[in-house]
Design a protein around this ligand. Sequence first.
Ligand SMILES: *[C@@H]1O[C@H](CO)[C@@H](O)[C@H](O)[C@H]1NC(C)=O
Ligand SMILES: *[C@@H]1O[C@H](CO)[C@@H](O)[C@H](O)[C@H]1NC(C)=O
Ligand SMILES: *[C@@H]1O[C@H](CO)[C@@H](O)[C@H](O)[C@H]1NC(C)=O
Ligand SMILES: *[C@@H]1O[C@H](CO)[C@@H](O)[C@H](O)[C@H]1NC(C)=O
Ligand SMILES: *[C@@H]1O[C@H](CO)[C@@H](O)[C@H](O)[C@H]1NC(C)=O
Length: 258
Amino acid sequence: MLICCAAMPFSSADPNDEQCLTHLSESLQDPFKNLQNWTKDTFANPCRGFTSNLQGATCNNGRIYKLSLSNLTLKGTISPYLSNCTNLQALDLSSNALTGPIPSELQYLVNLAVLNLSLNHLSGPIPQQLALCAYLNVIDLHDNHLTGTIPQQLGLLVRLSVFDVSNNKLYGPIPTTLGNRSENFPRFNASSYVGNKNLYGYPLAPMKSKGLSVLFIVGIGLGSGLLSLVLSFSAVCIWLRVTEQKVENEEGKIMPDY
Ligand SMILES: *[C@@H]1O[C@H](CO)[C@@H](O)[C@H](O)[C@H]1NC(C)=O
Ligand SMILES: *[C@@H]1O[C@H](CO)[C@@H](O)[C@H](O)[C@H]1NC(C)=O
Ligand SMILES: *[C@@H]1O[C@H](CO)[C@@H](O)[C@H](O)[C@H]1NC(C)=O
Ligand SMILES: *[C@@H]1O[C@H](CO)[C@@H](O)[C@H](O)[C@H]1NC(C)=O
Ligand SMILES: *[C@@H]1O[C@H](CO)[C@@H](O)[C@H](O)[C@H]1NC(C)=O
């Protein structure tokens, strides 16, 4: 294996980038053939120094450092091998029709600063491992079908300046570390969180219906408690009456002789 690879003709391309692009092109579907030059030959040599041969890719010193494949009617899934593009600083796959999960392998993109996967059909949880991409300053995941809670760990991303998870299916409390920058200023305002039916906490407005429903539940509890009290009381009364009558009857009965 080693001999084979050592004997291969010299190429300036990075084998990691080639792996990354090959797998990504396999996991994506491009029904309208919008991805120009996305062929095996180009994957082997996507960059000429600072210029790219690959639509949507930007190169820096022979390595892919930006992928912008926004609004290209792409379908399919995000390959976990994307993490092999280790010099990637910006990943924008927004405004497509991508499905499946956000791969937790993105954690290995240690230079990643911008992640925009908004306006797709992505499902599953937000990987907590994204917190390991310490340079992240944009996480835009709005308008997907993401479920689960917002990972607490994302609050540790000190450079995070844009965070948008609006219009998903997230639930649970907004981590306080993502809620407040300092005492009264939200780190991110409510528009970052709206459109998730079961997400709550600052900076979202308190749910008004919640107070009502709590009263409602208390009402039902009290009501049913009272009802069962009345019912068991009358049951005891009836039982007492019946046994009283039985005793009376038995006392009046003439026992048959043997
Ligand atoms: C496709 O590759 C050719 C060279 O192989 C290049 O001239 C052209 O600009 C590339 N197209 C895009 C969209 O990058
Ligand atoms: C997306 O692409 C379509 C067709 O190419 C174009 O008409 C539309 O303006 C684009 N939308 C955005 C937001 O770029
Ligand atoms: C992410 O992509 C969407 C759609 O292309 C765009 O509207 C939005 O501004 C982008 N987010 C950021 C933070 O740039
Ligand atoms: C965030 O701000 C709200 C509103 O001022 C406040 O009630 C809450 O205690 C703050 N939380 C933290 C963790 O500072
Ligand atoms: C929330 O903040 C964004 C910028 O981060 C701003 O464009 C938007 O108007 C704000 N929305 C509200 C409701 O304050």
